[in-house]
Ligand binder design. Structure first.
Ligand code: UFG
Length: 329
């Protein structure tokens, strides 16, 4: 029996595929390569270039392979873009989930692990954020992921497709050997943008606001290593295999680092001074987003290995230094 990884050519999906294969799982990938990269596809996985919104494509995959469970990463994930183009997000993310769940029900696949986000919470009521805290997204990206969670909840009750939704905080880092990593176009995430300065690809990093109610005035985020995220998907899969009920878990380190702290740490890792400018706040950025991951630790027995943010940045640096222009394909 194989695991179908939707979006297995993307940043987090490709790391999850790597970990699944390392654990001896059989993996089938479907990816439309809209944001994923052909060069990120693990050669040990069976690959279908296709779109999950195409039910014929899913029928073919479910018919040609014995799929035991789905791990679903295939979605658009840029907060800013989602505000400009909400319908793109409702089409690809929400409608994509609709077709995927229809395919799963039709072909009797009854387990799904879902890539969700801290953006489902919106502005937090308190930190650290717990799974039962208010969910009030402040952008269409977060809204689309929350709707996708709700779809799984109802399908779980009606059709017996059990799900685990994993709400990641700030995914960061790369596989330790530097062979796969983060490559977004456009890049909007803090760590790759900081590292573009020592790579000579950008003159400086702009800090989006230093007047937040935080110790140094810059935003606090909970950076969690992509391999720790990938491992949580495998634990979630095994939890469902063991008969676990549908559930939602936060995934973070539980520790907040400020933008300024991240820049100083990147200077230490790269051994270079990183030119910094202070700019205006970016619309919609909460002052702090920090996870309580106690539930994942307790129920999934998740034990993140990269608690040290310096290690997280060091793995990202290795990837970016070896691939200054990202993937070739
Ligand atoms: N930042 C800068 N300068 C930059 C880029 C980012 O100061 O050039 C700051 C941001 O203002 C923020 C922090 O760095 O305070 C992290 O920003 P990212 O864009 O890397 O990540 P976000 O915290 O905005 O995004 C994360 C997840 C999203 C999720 C969102 C919820 O990556 O998936 O939290 O708000 F939707």
């Amino acid at each position: 029996m194989a695991i179908l990884v939707c979006g297995g050519a993307g940043y987090i999906g490709s790391h999850a595929v790597h970990q699944l294969i390392a654990k001896g799982e059989e993996v089938v990938i479907v990816d439309n390569l809209q944001t994923g990269h052909r060069a990120a596809i693990n050669p040990q996985a069976k690959f279908y270039e296709g779109d999950i919104r195409n039910s014929d494509c899913l029928d073919k995959i479910f018919t040609e392979n014995k799929i035991e469970a789905v791990i679903h990463f295939a979605a658009n994930s840029l907060v800013g873009e989602s505000v400009e183009k909400p319908l793109k997000y409702f089409n690809n993310n929400v409608y994509g989930m609709q077709i995927l769940l229809e395919g799963m029900v039709k072909h009797g696949v009854d387990k799904i692990v879902f890539s969700s986000t801290a953006a489902t919470y919106g502005e937090p009521e308190k930190v650290p954020i717990e799974e039962n805290d208010r969910t009030q997204p402040t952008n269409p990206y977060g809204e689309s992921k929350l709707i996708m969670e709700h779809m799984m909840k109802w399908v779980s009750r009606a059709n017996g497709v059990r799900f685990v939704s994993l709400r990641y905080f700030n995914a960061a880092g790369a596989l330790e050997d530097g062979s796969i990593g983060e490559d977004h176009h456009p890049e909007t995430h803090l760590i790759p943008l900081i590292l573009q300065v020592p790579l000579g690809k950008r003159d400086h990093i702009t800090v989006f606001g230093d007047d937040y109610p935080t110790p140094d005035g810059t935003c606090l985020r909970d950076y969690i290593h992509v391999i720790d995220l990938a491992d949580a998907h495998i634990l979630a899969l095994n939890y469902l295999r063991d008969g676990g009920e549908s559930n939602i878990f936060n995934l973070g380190n539980g520790q907040g680092f400020s933008v300024k702290e991240m820049i100083v740490t990147a200077e230490k890792v790269t051994g270079q001074k990183i030119k910094t400018e202070i700019g205006a706040r970016r619309a919609g950025d909460p002052a702090q987003l920090i996870a309580s991951s106690d539930k994942a630790k307790k129920i999934l027995k998740w034990n993140p290995q990269f608690a040290d943010v310096e290690k997280v940045i060091a793995t990202a640096w290795k990837w970016h230094k070896n691939h200054p222009d990202g993937y070739s394909d």
